[in-house]
Ligand binder design. Structure first.
Ligand SMILES: [Zn+2]
Length: 244
């Protein structure tokens, strides 16, 4: 994956501004893979999607990440520094499309959640209902003994086994950071939201870039396209000349 041009990244940001996070992730991925149909990107497992977003982050903003968190025990503000490699939990290989578990007499065949499945439940206000609906959408064949069985009638233990198998098959979909507080020694885990992290960075970058365009356009009379066509280092050099 190559670094995107400033124009391409700004176009993705522009589109993503009015989108929901699941759609934003697809917009960003589509910008890095213009040759892949959007429908195919939407059918990637969430782990594959997130691996693609990590590559986008690394190619465009480098491998080092910094974010802030508050200690869940004493409230101390922590600055966390890590690398994209720390967040990669699995090689970027195709996740299995057919999965199954057998618990007692129940046999369930299912697939991993993808962006289409997440979008289908995105408007649900009830988290528990949305999870159940998402799970149901991913089930392909449910049997008890030799008989077909209703997905909604599966016992908790079977559903737990399905969720566990999904997590094993697509570990990149749920990245957990192990944190410890230097002040009070408290240790805890927290989920790292790749989509939100990458979007927040791109949003900040877009506003800084547009501000630079504004400054250069006002000083030199160049168009937005001309300014974005300059490399980042040349833009920076001109900005420094204006400020002298
Ligand atoms: Zn603490």
């Amino acid at each position: 994956m190559r670094a995107l041009s400033a124009s391409d990244l700004l176009r993705a940001w522009d589109l993503g501004l009015t989108q929901r996070p699941i759609e934003r992730a697809l917009t960003l991925l589509a910008t890095t893979r213009p040759e892949t149909p959007l429908d195919d990107l939407a059918r990637l497992s969430i782990g594959q999607r997130d691996a693609g977003l990590l590559s986008l982050r690394e190619q465009n903003f480098g491998p080092q990440l910094v974010c802030l968190a508050n200690c869940t025990s004493c409230g101390e503000r922590l600055e966390l520094s890590f690398t994209v490699a720390d967040l990669r939990v699995a090689p970027d290989v195709a996740a299995p499309t057919e999965l199954s578990v057998t618990v007692d007499d129940y046999e369930v065949e299912f697939r991993l959640p993808d962006s289409l499945a997440l979008l289908a439940v995105a408007d649900s206000r009830n988290v528990i209902a949305a999870r159940a609906l998402l799970l149901e959408r991913c089930l392909k064949r449910v049997r008890k003994g030799d008989e077909p069985w209703a997905a909604g009638e599966l016992p908790r233990s079977v559903l737990d086994a399905v969720v566990e198998r999904m997590a094993q098959a697509d570990p990149q979909a749920d990245v957990q950071l192990a944190l410890s507080c230097p002040l009070c020694g408290h240790e805890w885990q927290t989920a790292f939201d790749i989509v939100s992290f990458v979007w927040t960075e791109i949003n900040g970058w877009a506003y800084r870039t547009l501000h630079d365009v504004h400054t250069l356009a006002a000083a030199y009379g160049w168009s937005e396209g001309e300014i974005l066509g300059l490399s980042a280092s040349r833009r920076q050099a001109y900005l420094e000349m204006i400020q002298r």
